[in-house]
Design a protein around this ligand. Structure first.
Ligand code: HEC
Ligand code: HEC
Length: 269
């Protein structure tokens, strides 16, 4: 009895209890929390696949086969990956309407959420290129000069030097790249639609793809990443000159008036 209370009063007892409690909470968290999150992700994923499968059966199976194995009207989708679906459906190429040399772009008929579900289903048929994230495709801060070099060596022979596109053989064509979103440019490089070669991340890393996207955007005059300072509408020397006249001269006049007023006051007193 005496021994126990003595031990209880040991100065380290409180610290030991605290450490044990912390270890227990930490252990419990480690055991349950990430597992819970992983499980939630997994359920969301299998739900998306289920929904995608239904959309696929209605809109795509007639040409690509009930299990994506392909038919005489459309190629197999096993292993094309979510990026190929996001690109093909997101640019309105799929679902194709009639056979021809090349499936044209049309109005997109699915919502992005439905496209994600279709992509999840097709990705579940076999591993392939994965839809890139926003941070992977955002060209902000990328090297436009390097992008231009890469574009001229890898893309210009079909898409022309500034990406306005051009005709290929057998009624096929490389489309203009104007107005194509960074994500779809990235996915085109990942998946190589039609006659276009693919440029997987293993041979053309993310950084180079971003440089190319930045170049394509710059030559089309879209979303040019500003080099810093005020953009002034990016209208070039005219707006810059106007800015200098109005604000620069205005400031000089203001200073002159202020100086004059003060020297006048100083003289009076
Ligand atoms: C009328 C037939 C038809 C329908 C319907 C159709 N496709 Fe296609 N699909 C094709 C053909 C043909 C190609 C090959 C196109 C080409 O090479 O230009 C293709 C190509 C694709 C590709 C590219 C495959 C690759 O190797 O990169 C994907 C992905 C795709 N389709 C997904 C879909 C999805 C998803 C749907 C349903 C929303 C769909 N398709 C509906 C005929 C069809
Ligand atoms: C051998 C010729 C060829 C080369 C080289 C090539 N492309 Fe393509 N590209 C094509 C063709 C053909 C299509 C149209 C595919 C389709 O409609 O299914 C295309 C489509 C695209 C699209 C989709 C445009 C849209 O309107 O949706 C993008 C983006 C693109 N290419 C970017 C590139 C980039 C970037 C490179 C260089 C890294 C490149 N391409 C190299 C032939 C080429």
């Amino acid at each position: 009895m005496k021994k126990l209370s003595a031990r209880r009063r040991h100065p380290l007892a409180a610290v030991v209890v605290l450490l044990l409690a912390l270890a227990a909470t930490g252990g419990l968290y480690a055991a349950f929390a990430p597992a819970g999150k992983a499980q939630a992700d997994e359920t969301a994923q299998s739900l998306a696949i289920e929904e995608g499968k239904k959309l696929y059966a209605v809109g795509c199976a007639s040409c690509h086969g009930t299990g994506g194995q392909g038919t005489t009207d459309g190629p197999s989708l096993v292993g094309v990956g979510s990026a190929a679906v996001d690109f093909q459906v997101g640019t309105g190429r799929m679902p194709a309407q009639q056979p021809g040399a090349q499936v044209p772009k049309k109005k997109v008929i699915y919502t992005q959420a439905q496209i994600d579900q279709l992509a999840a289903y097709v990705a579940s048929l076999g591993a392939g290129p994965i839809t890139p994230t926003e941070s992977q495709t955002n060209p902000e801060g990328a090297d436009i000069g390097r992008g231009g070099e890469l574009f001229r060596t890898n893309c210009a022979q079909c898409h022309n030097f500034t990406g306005e596109g051009g005709a290929l053989t057998h009624g096929k064509y490389a489309p203009s790249l104007e107005g194509v979103s960074p994500k779809h440019i990235y996915e085109a490089m990942q998946t190589g639609p039609q006659n276009m070669p693919s440029f997987p991340d293993s041979t053309m890393p993310e950084k180079e793809k971003k440089d190319i996207i930045a170049y394509v955007k710059a030559v089309n005059g879209e979303e040019t990443p500003s080099p810093g300072g005020f953009g002034l509408g990016n209208l070039g020397p005219v707006s810059e000159g106007l800015f200098a006249w109005i604000f620069g001269l205005g400031a000089l006049i203001a200073v002159a008036v202020w100086v004059a007023a003060h020297t006048a006051k100083a003289k009076k007193s």
